[in-house]
Design a protein around this ligand. Structure first.
Ligand code: LLP
Length: 422
């Protein structure tokens, strides 16, 4: 379930007509379904049943505190990659011991803060990071529990820009060097090396890359143990894909079967960092058509959302379904339309030559599967304020991030007094 369905020709978010939300918040806005978020989390949990497993939601997918808090209320920890995400996770009610700090470039101040707050695990991605963490931790008389992020050199067969586990990608430590680095870590103060982490990419729609990476990790665990190292934690990252168009992503149960098969008898506790799978399909972006125009033999629907609100189509050529909020009548003729935003870039496009029923200015459109990597990647480009986020829960809704006013946007800058405005 994704929480959005037509009833009597109207798109509903759970029990609320999407069109009714427009009066309260104005377009464009993000809309999430609490039931769909709960459902995706619960299916992940039940797939992992019987395993010694913890879910640390990858906050980067959707870092609204209501979303983090909803998962936290169901028992989730958090996977964070910056001080900002760490602060958000804490503010949303995640306890520090259930926070995993990932990321290839954690700064001294971020490591210091995370140690002071008692972050549960640091996923270390390089020797210089290890040295820095040891320095910070020992200086504070603390010990950091760490795992090493391994680069297994496995191709995730996903978009080039979100593949992270191939040799030559910036992530992790080379597979062949892990033994040496582990031994070195044991010689350092303030460091307790406990295991390995792996994350080969995002939006994976096949399981074999997961299996290939997991089997390499399992082999490495046995080698490290033979060398006398303690390996009792594995962090298996995120990556499970969702439906944007016609993908058939594997269910969490099939994914969990591979995990059981590869790691079931290893005596390790497991961490999972799903992001997109938990939030992606549970969100839509609602936008209104400002103008219809014809140019160069093409039809354009110019909508009030833009690439600054949802950059995935521009950045990754990502395909998102776009549905009219008021359903077209069955059998209505369709014709190709480019659905574009108002930003001054040709790349500001949500859909190219998409077959759509007749569209008119004033119509509302829902851009689907926008709950992950949507709001979090937005910007104020073209001085467009960030757009609101709404969470629906049955027949109630809450504005979980209001639309900022223009004054807030304008007041962010300081005008030096040596610039005179005549
Ligand atoms: N863990 C680590 C270490 C990660 O780097 C990521 C995502 C995740 C977990 C969560 O992966 P997920 O379950 O969401 O696939 N902006 C891109 C996606 C970037 C993913 C970055 N890392 C997009 O819009 O497709």
């Amino acid at each position: 379930m994704n929480g959005f369905s037509y009833r009597g020709g109207n798109l509903f978010a759970e029990d609320i007509p999407v069109a009714d939300l427009v009066g309260g918040v104005g377009t464009p806005f993000y809309c999430y379904s609490a039931a769909a978020l709960r459902d995706s989390y619960a299916s992940f949990v039940s797939a992992l049943e019987g395993l010694d497993a913890e879910i640390c939601y990858a906050v980067k997918a959707n870092s609204n505190q209501a979303v983090i808090g909803l998962f936290a209320s169901m028992g989730a920890g958090a996977d964070v990659v910056s001080e900002g995400e760490l602060r958000r996770a804490l503010a949303a009610g995640v306890s520090s011991g259930k926070i995993v700090f990932s990321g290839v470039g954690k700064s001294r101040s971020e490591l210091t803060m995370a140690l002071e707050l008692g972050c549960g695990q640091f996923n270390v991605e390089s020797e210089p990071e290890l040295d820095l963490l040891s320095d910070v931790a020992s200086g504070k008389g603390k010990t950091a529990t760490i795992v090493f992020r391994v680069n297994p050199d496995v191709d995730a067969d996903t978009h080039d820009k979100i593949s992270t586990g191939r040799a030559g990608d910036k992530f992790g430590i080379e597979f062949e060097r892990i033994g040496d680095v582990y031994a070195y870590a044991r010689s350092l103060d303030g460091i307790d090396p406990r295991g390995l982490a792996v994350h080969i990419g995002s939006q994976l729609t096949r399981l074999d890359p997961f299996r290939a990476a997991f089997e390499k990790i399992a082999g490495l665990v046995w080698d490290l143990r033979k060398q006398g190292h303690v390996v009792d934690r594995l962090d298996l990252g995120g990556g499970l894909g969702i439906v944007y168009r016609d993908e058939v992503p594997p269910p969490p149960t099939d994914y969990a079967d591979i995990v059981r098969d590869v790691f079931g008898d290893m005596g390790v506790s497991l961490t999972f960092e799903p992001g997109r799978r938990l939030t992606g399909e549970a969100g839509i972006l609602v936008t209104e058509i400002i103008y219809m125009k014809e140019s160069g033999g093409r039809s354009f629907a110019v909508v009030d959302a833009a690439m600054n609100d949802l950059i995935r189509p521009t950045l990754y050529e990502a395909w998102h379904a776009v549905d009219p909020v008021i359903e077209a009548r069955a059998g209505a003729a369709v014709s190709p339309v480019d659905i574009v935003g108002p930003v001054c870039e040709t790349g500001d496009v949500f859909a190219v030559q998409r077959d759509m029923p007749e569209l008119n200015a004033g119509d509302l459109l829902a851009i689907r599967s926008a709950g992950a990597y949507g709001a979090v990647m937005s910007s104020t480009y073209n001085s467009r304020p960030l757009i609101p986020e709404v969470m629906v829960n049955g027949d109630q809704y809450a504005v979980i991030r209001p639309r900022p006013d223009y004054d807030t946007l304008i007041e962010m800058d300081n005008m030096p007094d040596w610039i005179a405005a005549d």
